[in-house]
Design a protein around this ligand. Sequence first.
Ligand code: FAD
Ligand code: 2MC
Length: 379
Amino acid sequence: MDFGISEEQQMFFDTAYAFGQEHIAPFAYDWEAAGAIPRSVLEGAAELGFAALYVPEDQGGTGLSRLDATLIFEALSAACPSVAAFLSIHNMCTNMVAKYGTDQAKDEWLPKLISMEKIAAYCLTEPGSGSDAAALRTKAEKTDAGYALTGNKAFISGGGFADLYVVMCRTGEAGPKGISTALVPDGATGLSFGALEKKMGWKAQPTAQVQMDNCEIPAHNLLGDEGKGFKYAMEGLDGGRLNIAACALGAAQSALDMALAYVGERKAFGKTLDQFQALQFKLAEMEIELQASRVFLRQAAWKLDNAQHDASKHCAMAKKFVTEAASRVANEALQLHGGYGYLEDYKVEKIVRDLRVHQILEGTSEVMNLITARTLLAE
Ligand code: FAD
Ligand code: 2MC
């Protein structure tokens, strides 16, 4: 058993951290205000291989493991969790295209997704079905040329901004077995978008409904087999949940680092704040939460990399544990800054706002409990 990371993995972390600090962190608040991430930055991340992290090298991807990817997302998130998570969703979609796309779809999309000349969005949630994802109603009806999709997807990260929508849709019976996954390119007839959602955090990412009204796509845009789309969607989310947790961890770590610096400088009652044992203990609790999160997350990633039978359960447990711990740590870091923590200038408030949604999207904490309990009871 080896709890360390290799020199190469440390290099992945350092490269991502340096990229984030140089190209993302200084602009994070500006991009919040603009409500969008510049495409040039995403392309810069892609040049480092961050758009196709676990797509095999023989398909043009970076060929890294899930564990490697968690290191990269943890490091990028120190700059901005919203930008890092946007890259994670793109990676999830790119990998689904690489794994299940037809040759024609791969030829058309994969190189451009890998370079991030084209951006992909993941469309599972609907206005009437979020946690109960298998109840989705977007219909894909067979046509002479392929399929016509009708239905609405809610809360789509990159909605109206992305170039390719990976859409889970119903081609058959009710429930998970009637679901397929289809690629809907921007510009397809019948494709439109709702207004940009106004959010508490993740403001740099546009979030919008994706609306399809008899939206026609060619048959080769179906991923894999009809009826297996729910499985593909869930497989994608196993890795996605690790990344969402890694993003929470990286941002919470930077909140702790800011708090450590602050309490060493700020004085009250004649001494710096770090002299108060009550606050020292608070810092200790934060450190324990993050160290435990890191080990638990990396173990879950290792399980997914090694196709362990309980990998999905561990991805779910890690997502819940790490995202909740990270939010607690970020909130305590804000508290340690006193009133200044509430001001934008100190940057902790953004982390608190951004991390809240990590307990909701890619499966809520309650759904992570559901997955954990079901597996536990079946074991
Ligand atoms: P609901 O499913 O209605 O849940 C409401 C509450 O009930 C929650 O607390 C939930 O945990 C609880 N609950 C539900 N069922 C159970 C149960 N069986 N037992 C116990 N508690 C339960 N989706 C996408 O497909 N693609 C995206 O790119 C995307 N991006 C998002 C970005 C943002 C900023 C947000 C906020 C959401 C995004 N989502 C996206 C949607 C997200 O995945 C859903 O919001 C989430 O899965 C929860 O679904 P819901 O909002 O419909 O809540
Ligand atoms: N990997 C592979 N297959 C899986 C799987 C996984 N991780 N999880 C489930 N499946 C299969 C499962 O084996 C079953 O197939 P079979 O009958 O052949 O064995 C099928 O999928 C149906 O599974 P369930 O019976 O468990 O399905 P159920 O309807 O009970 O729901 C649940 C499962 C609640 C776990 C799922 O609906 C879920 O994850 N809900 C949360 C939705 C979610 O996470 N949304 C995130 C949207 S994306 C987002 O937010 C972004 C920001 C991008």
